[in-house]
Design a protein around this ligand. Structure first.
Ligand code: AMP
Length: 539
């Protein structure tokens, strides 16, 4: 972990993409297999592999308590330092400076410490372990040890760059590594296979769930500049399910990659009849007389361990297939969507409920998209999913080749409190905004958003925000809360990251409310109210 921290620090200090990748790959190349696996997880900000169900459940409050206990600094100093520095890991490294035993920490030991953190249930017990760690290891190591806990190293080494580094370290092309990582659902697994020269053998395996491709949320059709480049499907409100079928056996895996087959004997019977071996992606929906029913009608299926015979009649379900990942040992994830779709249509030609094929439509203008959205809503569906023509199936990714557009849970008027530069063509502009709601006469942050505005608006906002700047915390420009945005989101969750105690899920900007003043923004009570009334999210 000491070496990883030193390398991460050097990577953070370089601005060139290639330099960063080179530093990472030189480091990775020298590691043995087990350490390579650990380092790839840690460098992507994860204590365990993406398929590992263990969660650390360590919030900012626990980190703060532990560093107060370990360092002897008072609560206020600790709180202010974290706020000033803008990153808990970095602040903890600084606060522990000169106060630790400076013992070495290996990657294996760090991994067991994360395992122990995940195992301990009570916050006080987790804090005790963290306190011991903070006193024991080197400050720079602690900085990165904590960044893995908070989930983001912030060294400017994006997922794609880490894949390139791993590819260079293992002597394969970046493209081959990326594809294998997608199929395996874990870059570390792909890297180890590459070392053994077995990259090609990683494929979608029957009866082992592959990661699902995810969709990026949009708030309106305006965000799609090229409607003609997208295929359009209804967004079904059900349970995402991967169906693995071969030799009369059927397994339905849900989004959490759990086996939910037992709850759907009717779907199992229908899928069983499909020829050959295959892996389908689709949605289980509540269904009666040709119509989708609200999701609630499916709850009673999931609630029971064994499904009584009458239940499929009382709460009928259907499986709406929308993708095909494997057909008779031919892996299709890398094939373009049109080809996967053509095979899927052939496979399901003439199928009847409870097995359905999701209709696919075309759009040529924003107006077309808006019409299709209204039609989807009228059919009882949530909205639309847009799939980019020519795209492959990107397992486990929310890469933007699929877009989801649904009516938001609600919208809020919020105020920008901080801004950061974006990436790529938006790099010189302030395009990532932290935003807040009112709480008494203060503003407390509830989220961050970076999509939804036009380039023109972002340029104008950049100028306005620079004029409103009151300070800086690393790359973040702190601004006077003046600019009001309307944001849409999918839900509200509790969060220890924000002082407000809440964070919006998938916030995206609907519009810049030039007509509103900060005092017109929504307040924390409204957020609390939405939190309490929302239906639990299944995504
Ligand atoms: P959300 O549940 O809001 O995160 O939206 C993403 C989810 O939309 C996916 O995980 C699927 O469960 C669901 N979905 C519904 N219809 C489709 C579709 N036609 N194509 C892809 N995903 C869909």
């Amino acid at each position: 972990m000491d070496r990883l921290a030193a390398v991460a620090e050097r990577i953070a200090g370089r601005s060139g993409r290639l330099e960063k990748i080179e530093l990472a790959s030189a480091y990775l190349r020298a590691l043995d297999d087990e350490d390579l696996r650990r380092a790839l997880h840690f460098l992507s900000g994860k204590p365990f592999g993406p398929r590992d169900p263990r969660r650390l459940a360590v919030g900012q409050v626990s980190l703060r308590e532990a560093v107060i206990a370990a360092s002897g600094w008072d609560a206020e100093t600790v709180r202010l330092s974290i706020r000033e520095v803008g990153d808990v890991g970095e602040a903890i490294g600084l606060l522990m400076w000169g106060r630790t035993e400076e013992r070495a920490l290996s990657l294996a030991e760090a991994e067991s410490l994360y395992a122990e953190l995940a195992r301990r249930r009570r916050a006080a017990d987790k804090e005790e372990l963290l306190r011991e760690c903070f006193l024991r290891y080197r400050p720079l190591t602690l900085k990165y040890f904590v960044k893995v806990i908070t989930g983001d190293l912030r060294i400017g080494l994006q997922e794609k760059m880490l894949e390139e580094a791993a590819a260079a370290a293992c002597g394969v092309t970046a493209e081959a590594m990326r594809q294998a990582a997608d199929r395996a659902g874990d870059l570390a697994e792909a890297a180890l296979a590459a070392r053994r020269g077995q990259l090609e053998q990683i494929s979608v395996c029957l009866f082992h769930p592959a990661d699902f491709m995810l969709a990026r949320p949009i708030a309106s059709a305006r965000e799609v500049p090229d409607p003609e480049n997208w295929l359009v499907e209804d967004k079904y409100d059900g349970i995402r399910a991967q169906a693995h079928v071969a030799g009369g056996k059927v397994v339905l895996f849900s989004r959490g990659l759990a086996d939910v087959t037992a709850a759907f004997p009717d779907l199992e019977a229908a899928l069983e009849r499909l020829p050959g071996s295959l892996v389908l992606d689709g949605e289980i929906v509540a269904w009666r007389e040709g119509r989708v029913l609200p999701f609630g009608a499916l709850q009673q299926r999931l609630a029971r361990r064994a499904v009584p015979l009458f239940l499929p009649l009382e709460a009928p379900a259907a499986y709406v297939a929308y993708d095909l990942l494997l057909r008779d040992d031919r892996e299709l994830m890398e094939r373009p969507i049109e080809e996967r779709r053509a095979e899927l249509e052939r496979l399901l030609a003439g199928c009847r409920p409870p097995l359905l094929l999701a209709p696919q439509r075309e759009a040529f203008s924003v107006e077309d998209l808006e019409r299709l959205f209204q039609e989807a809503r009228a059919r009882g569906n949530e909205g639309l999913v847009l799939k980019r023509r020519g795209s492959r199936y990107e397992a486990g990714r929310r890469g933007g080749a699929w877009l989801k557009w649904k009516r938001p849970l609600a919208t809020l008027d919020v105020v920008i409190t901080a801004a950061e530069q974006g990436h790529g063509k938006r790099a010189p502009l302030l395009s990532d905004y932290t935003f807040a709601v009112r709480s008494g006469d203060r503003f407390v942050n509830v989220g961050k958003a970076y999509s939804g505005l036009t380039d023109e608006e972002i340029r104008e906002l950049t100028q306005r925000l620079r004029a409103l700047a009151v300070g800086r915390a690393g790359p973040v420009l702190i601004v006077r809360p003046e600019i009001v945005l309307e944001v849409a989101f999918d839900g509200v969750q509790k969060s220890s990251r924000h002082e407000s105690g809440y964070a919006l899920r998938f916030p995206r900007i609907v519009r810049w409310r030039r007509d509103k003043r900060p005092e017109d923004a929504d307040d924390l009570d409204r957020v609390r109210q939405i939190y309490e009334t929302q239906i639990p999210s299944r995504a």
